[in-house]
Ligand binder design. Structure first.
Ligand SMILES: Cc1ncc(C[n+]2csc(CCOP(=O)(O)OP(=O)(O)O)c2C)c(N)n1
Ligand SMILES: [Mg+2]
Length: 937
C-alpha cells in the first residue's frame, strides 16, 4: 500500500497500522502525518524484521489511504527560499549530503517521470531532506559536491538537488548502482551527471528526430487508411522507438559496428523494416494486397514475421549491415537465435563489430522463460556476443493484460537485473531523452562489451491489433490515450516553441512523406512486388535446399593413413601434461591402438568424424549439457591435467591449418541453447554445428525451436540450416524420462524433405553421417537418435575398413540369403542388437533383420533391400517404443509406397501407453523380452 516509500514502505505501513489501532500508540509527528498528511517525518530504513512479499502483507489492516497525498508531504519545492540555518557545514553534514546524493543515484529512478499515462511521480521520502538529517534550512548552505559531475566543487544544497533531480528523476530513470564493476558505474554516473542526462541537441539532430517520428507516424496512418482493418501491429504511441533505432544504428556505426542483427516481434515491425532497414514500401503494400493466392500455397509467412537485410549508410558515411531475423509468432524465442547468429558472424570476424539488438514487449520479456535462458548465456565463453542491446517497447499492456497481472515486479525489465547491467527507463514522449539513452547504451556496449537495457515507456494507440477493441478491457486507459496528441505533434510543438523549426517546415516533412507513400502504393499496384524472401545469397550460395534426390550423395571415406595419423595425433598429449590414466587409455588404447588391431567404438568413430572434418578445414561446434566429457563418458573432448587442472583439447591441436573447433558444456537449458546453436548454423553453413541433449527426453523443452524454426524455416522463410541434434534415445530401464527422445514428434514434423532423421547402429555409420552433413552441399537439419548402452556394446563397433570404404548406408540389409527367409524384422537403432542376440539364442537363420538407419527422408534403398524378399513374406516393424510412439504410425502410412501389398506388414512394440516407459527395471526387462518374442512370432 505504501509502495511510494520504496524500501521504507514497510516502516510507514507499520506506523500506519499502529495508528489505525490506536492513534496514541504512535508519536505525535506520525499522528499528525496520518491525520492530515502535512507533517514532516523522517522515515528510517525499515528494520530487518519487517518482511514484505510482493508489496502486500496480509497481516496488516488495509485502510485506504491516499498515497499521493502522503507523498506530497515530502515534496520539496525548490523555488521556496528559506533563510539559511546558519549551521556551519561540518564533515557530518557533508556526509548527510553525500548520502542524499547517493540516494538519488540508487533510488532516483523510482521518482522519474516515465509513463505517458501517469502524472509525474513525486519524490518520496526516500529523497526527502529529513531522511538524511537535513532540513530546508540547509538548502542555501554550500556543501562539497564530492564526485557529482557537472557541478562546481562546492554548491548549495538547492543546486545539488536540482542537478540530481534533473539527472535522475526527469524523463530518464536509470538503474545502474547494482553494477559490480565500479568502472562501469563511474562511467555511467559521469556521463549522466555531467550532462544532466541529456545530450546536446543542435537543429540538425532535432530535425532528424522529427523526420523519424514523422516517418513512423505517417507510415502507420497511411496503412490504416489504405488497408482498413488489416493487422499491422501499429507502432503508434511508440513512435520514438523509430528515432531510437535510428540513433542506435548511427552511434554504433560510428563506434565501429559493421553489422547489427535484430530480433523483434510483431509490434512496429513493418515500421522498422521500412523506416530503419529501408525495405521498399511497395513490397509491404503488395503483401497487404496479397493478390497471388497460388504463389504461397502451404508455405510462406505473414508479412510481420518476415526477415530482411540491407546495408544502410550512416551520416558519417559508414556502411552498417542490418539484418532483421525471421521470427515466429512465439514471442522471445528469436532471442537465442539472434545471439547464435551474431556469435557465428563474430567468430568469422571480431566480437565487438557485430551487435545483437533484441526488441521485447513489456509482457513478453517478463513472462517468457527463454528470456532468462538467453540472458544467462551472455557471459559464457561458449556463447558470449560482446553485449546485447535490449529495447523494450513498454506500452504498459500485453494484448488485454495489464502489468499488475503480468508480473510480480515493479519493472518489466527486472528479469535483466540478474545480469548486473544498466537499465534505462525512459519516457517515450520525450524523444530527445530517448535518443540520448540510445547514445549512452551504444557507447556502453561498445566500451564494456556488456548487455544494456532500454525500457521505453509508451502506449498503444489502438487495440492489440487493429481489429481489436481495447475499450472493452481498458476503458479508462483508452479514454486517456484518445485525448493524447501524437508524439510527433508534441515534438513539433516543442521544437516550434524553442524556435528550432517552424510549423510549416514540420508540415512539409509530413507532406513529402505522404507523397512518397502514395507514389509507392501506385507503384505496388502497377507491378508484381509480391515476392518470396531473397535466399541463398553470400555464404549460402554454394548450398542447396529442396528435395533430397536433387542433390547427389558424396564420398565420405577417408584414407586409412590419414585416419591413423589423426588418431596418433590425438593420442599424443603435450610435454608434461598428465592425463587421468583412464582418459589417456581412451585415446591411446581404445582409439589409437584399437583402430589398428580391432574395432573402434562409438566415441572413437565420433572423434574421427570431428577430426577428419576439422582436418579438411571445416569448423566443428558442439554444445550441450556436459558435452565435453559426454553425459555417458564416451567423448572426453577436453582432458584435464590431474596435477594442474589445465585443459587440453586434442581436437584443437591437429594441425595449424585445421578448422575452428568449439566444444562446450552448456548451461542447463534446452530451448536457449538449441536456439543459439540453430542461430549459429544459420550463419555458419560450412561446418558441423551440433547440439546434444543430456538425454533425448529433455529435448521437448526446446520444442518451440524445433517446431517454429528447425522443421519449418525452409517452408516459411526459405532459410536453411545444417544443425545437428544428437539425442540419446533407447529403452534401457531408466524410466519414463530417460528413455525416449520422442522420435514420433520428429516423424510427425517430417515433410517436404525438411530434415533428416536417423537412428544409427554403428560408429562408422555415425562417422559417414556426420561427414556427409558437411561435405554434401545439401543443408538440412540432421536429427540423430544417439545411443547410450551402445557406446560400450561389444558389437556396436566398427573396423577401420568401414571408415575407409563404402559410405553412409540409409538401410543396412541382412547378410542372410533372402531365399530362405520366412520373416523380415525391420527396425531402427539399438533394438537391432537385442533382436540379433535373440536370433542367435533361438538359432533362427530364417528371420532377417533389416536396419533402417535413416528414417527420413525415406529413399529407394528401402525398396531395393525389401525387394529381395519373396512375395508374402511377413514384414514386422519392430520398435522399443509403445505403439503410439516411435516411428510406427509414420512407417505404417509410408511402407506401402515401398512394398505395395507384396509383404504383409505388422507391428511388434510396447503396448499403447501414455507415458513413454516404465519406471521399474524388472518390468523393463520383462517388456523387452515380450517385445523380442513378439518380433520373432
Ligand atoms: C509465446 C507466445 N505466447 C503467446 C502469444 C500470444 N500473444 C501475442 S502478442 C501477446 C501480447 C504481447 O504483449 P507485449 O509483450 O507487451 O507486446 P505488445 O503487443 O504490447 O507490443 C500475446 C500474449 C505469443 N505470440 N507468443
Ligand atoms: Mg506491451
Amino acid at each position: 500500500m505504501f509502495a511510494e516509500f520504496g524500501i521504507n514502505a514497510g516502516y510507514v505501513e507499520e506506523m500506519h497500522a499502529r495508528w489505525v489501532q490506536s492513534p496514541q500508540s504512535v508519536d505525535e509527528k506520525w499522528r499528525k502525518f496520518f491525520d492530515d498528511g502535512t507533517q514532516d517525518v523522517a522515515v528510517p530504513a525499515p528494520p530487518p524484521s519487517v518482511k514484505r512479499a510482493n508489496g502486500v502483507d496480509a497481516q496488516r489492516p488495509s485502510v485506504p489511504i491516499d498515497v499521493r497525498r502522503i507523498s506530497s508531504a515530502f515534496r520539496l519545492d525548490l523555488s521556496e527560499t528559506i533563510p539559511p540555518s546558519g549551521v556551519t557545514t561540518g564533515a557530518e553534514s557533508a556526509g548527510r549530503v553525500y548520502a542524499l546524493i547517493n540516494a538519488y543515484r540508487v533510488r532516483g529512478h523510482l521518482y522519474a517521470n516515465l509513463s505517458p499515462l501517469e502524472a509525474p511521480r513525486l519524490p518520496g521520502n526516500e529523497l526527502a531532506l529529513e531522511t538524511f538529517g537535513l532540513s530546508r534550512a540547509d538548502l542555501d548552505v554550500t556543501f562539497p559536491t564530492i564526485n557529482v559531475r557537472g557541478l562546481p566543487e562546492r554548491a548549495t544544497l538547492r543546486q545539488i538537488i536540482d542537478h540530481l533531480q534533473a539527472t535522475y528523476c526527469g524523463s530518464i530513470g536509470v538503474e545502474f548502482t547494482h553494477l559490480e564493476q565500479y568502472e562501469m558505474r563511474n562511467w555511467l554516473r559521469d556521463h549522466m551527471e555531467s550532462t544532466r542526462n541529456r545530450g546536446a541537441l543542435d537543429s540538425a539532430r532535432a530535425l532528424r528526430i522529427l523526420t523519424k517520428l514523422t516517418d513512423a507516424e505517417i507510415f502507420e496512418q497511411f496503412l490504416a487508411k489504405n488497408f482498413v482493418g488489416e493487422k499491422r501491429f501499429s507502432a503508434e504511441g511508440a513512435e520514438s522507438f523509430i528515432a531510437m533505432l535510428d540513433v542506435l544504428v548511427e552511434e554504433s556505426g560510428a563506434l565501429g559496428v559493421d553489422e547489427i542483427v535484430i530480433g523483434m516481434a510483431h509490434r512496429g515491425r513493418l515500421n522498422v523494416l521500412v523506416n530503419i532497414l529501408g525495405k521498399k514500401v511497395r513490397e509491404i503494400f503488395a503483401a497487404f494486397d496479397d493478390k497471388h493466392p497460388d504463389r504461397f500455397l502451404g508455405a510462406g509467412d505473414v508479412k510481420y514475421h518476415l526477415g530482411y537485410s540491407s546495408d544502410v549508410v550512416t551520416e558519417l558515411g559508414r556502411s552498417v549491415h542490418l539484418t532483421m531475423s525471421f521470427n515466429p509468432s512465439h514471442l522471445e524465442f528469436v532471442n537465442p537465435v539472434v545471439e547464435g547468429r551474431v556469435r557465428a558472424k563474430q567468430d568469422r570476424g571480431n566480437r565487438q563489430n557485430v551487435l545483437p539488438l533484441l526488441i521485447h514487449g513489456d509482457a513478453a520479456i517478463m513472462g517468457q522463460g527463454i528470456v532468462a535462458e538467453t540472458l544467462n548465456m551472455a557471459g559464457l565463453e561458449g556463447y558470449s556476443t560482446g553485449g546485447t542491446i535490449h529495447v523494450v517497447v513498454n506500452n504498459l499492456i500485453g494484448f488485454t493484460t495489464i502489468p499488475e497481472d503480468s508480473r510480480s515486479t515493479r519493472y518489466c525489465t527486472d528479469i535483466t537485473r540478474m545480469m548486473r547491467v544498466p537499465v534505462f527507463h525512459v519516457n517515450g514522449e520525450d524523444p530527445e531523452a530517448v535518443i540520448w539513452v540510445a547514445k549512452l547504451a551504444s557507447e556502453f556496449r561498445q566500451r564494456f562489451q556488456q548487455d544494456v537495457v532500454i525500457d521505453m515507456y509508451c502506449y498503444r494507440k489502438y487495440g492489440h491489433n487493429e481489429g481489436d477493441e481495447p475499450r472493452f478491457t481498458q476503458p479508462q486507459m483508452y479514454a486517456l490515450i484518445d485525448k493524447k496528441p501524437t508524439v510527433r505533434e508534441m515534438y513539433v510543438k516543442h521544437l516550434a516553441e524553442g524556435a528550432m523549426i517552424s510549423l510549416e517546415q514540420a508540415e512539409e516533412i509530413a507532406t513529402a512523406r505522404k507523397a512518397a507513400l502514395t507514389a509507392a502504393l501506385t507503384e505496388a499496384r502497377s507491378g508484381d512486388y509480391l515476392q518470396p524472401p531473397r535466399a541463398m545469397e553470400g555464404i549460402w550460395s554454394p548450398y542447396k535446399g529442396g528435395l533430397d534426390d536433387t542433390v547427389p550423395e558424396v564420398d565420405t571415406t577417408v584414407p586409412e593413413g590419414e585416419l591413423l595419423a589423426l588418431l596418433d595425433k590425438m593420442a599424443t598429449f603435450p610435454e608434461g601434461f598428465t592425463a587421468n590414466p583412464k582418459v589417456a587409455k581412451v585415446f591411446q588404447h581404445d582409439r589409437r591402438d584399437a583402430a589398428r588391431s580391432g574395432k573402434l567404438d562409438w566415441g572413437g568413430g565420433e572423434h574421427l568424424a570431428f577430426a577428419s572434418v576439422l582436418a579438411q578445414g571445416y569448423g566443428v561446434r558442439l554444445t550441450g549439457q556436459d558435452s565435453q566429457r559426454g553425459t555417458f563418458t564416451h567423448r572426453h573432448a577436453a582432458i584435464h591435467d590431474v596435477n594442474t587442472g589445465a585443459v587440453y583439447m586434442p581436437l584443437a591441436n591437429l594441425s595449424p591449418s585445421q578448422g575452428r573447433v568449439e566444444i562446450h558444456d552448456s548451461p542447463l537449458s534446452e530451448a536457449g541453447v538449441l536456439g543459439f546453436e540453430y542461430g549459429y548454423s544459420l550463419d555458419h553453413p560450412d561446418g558441423l554445428v551440433m547440439w546434444e541433449a543430456q538425454f533425448g527426453d529433455f529435448t521437448n523443452g526446446a520444442q518451440v525451436i524445433i517446431d517454429q524454426f528447425i522443421s519449418s524455416a525452409e517452408d516459411k522463410w526459405l532459410r536453411l540450416s545444417g544443425i545437428v541434434l544428437l539425442l540419446p534415445h533407447g529403452y534401457e530401464g531408466a524410466g519414463p524420462e530417460h528413455s525416449s527422445a520422442r522420435l514420433e514428434r520428429f516423424m510427425q514434423l517430417a515433410a517436404e524433405d525438411n530434415m533428416q532423421i536417423c537412428n544409427l547402429t554403428t560408429p562408422a555409420q555415425l562417422f559417414h553421417c556426420l561427414r556427409r552433413q558437411v561435405l554434401r552441399p545439401w543443408r538440412k537439419p540432421l536429427v540423430i537418435m544417439t545411443p547410450k548402452s551402445l557406446l560400450r556394446h561389444k558389437e556396436a563397433q566398427s573396423p577401420l575398413s568401414d571408415f575407409t570404404y563404402g559410405g553412409f548406408q540409409r538401410v543396412i540389409a541382412d547378410d542372410l540369403d533372402p531365399a530362405g527367409v520366412k520373416r523380415v524384422l525391420l527396425c531402427s537403432g539399438k533394438v537391432y542388437y537385442d533382436l540379433l542376440d535373440a536370433r542367435r539364442k533361438l538359432a533362427r537363420s530364417d528371420i532377417a533383420i533389416v536396419r533402417l538407419e535413416q528414417l527420413y527422408p525415406l529413399g529407394g534403398d528401402l525398396s531395393r533391400v525389401l525387394a529381395a524378399y519373396p512375395d508374402g513374406t511377413p514384414l514386422v516393424w519392430v520398435q522399443e517404443e509403445p505403439r503410439n510412439m516411435g516411428a510406427w504410425y509414420f512407417m505404417h502410412a509410408r511402407l506401402e509406397s515401398f512394398i505395395g501389398s507384396r509383404l504383409p506388414v505388422s507391428l511388434a512394440s510396447r503396448a499403447e501407453s501414455a507415458s513413454p516407459a516404465t519406471g521399474s527395471k524388472a518390468s523393463h526387462y520383462l517388456e523387452q523380452k515380450m517385445l523380442t518374442e513378439a518380433a520373432f512370432g
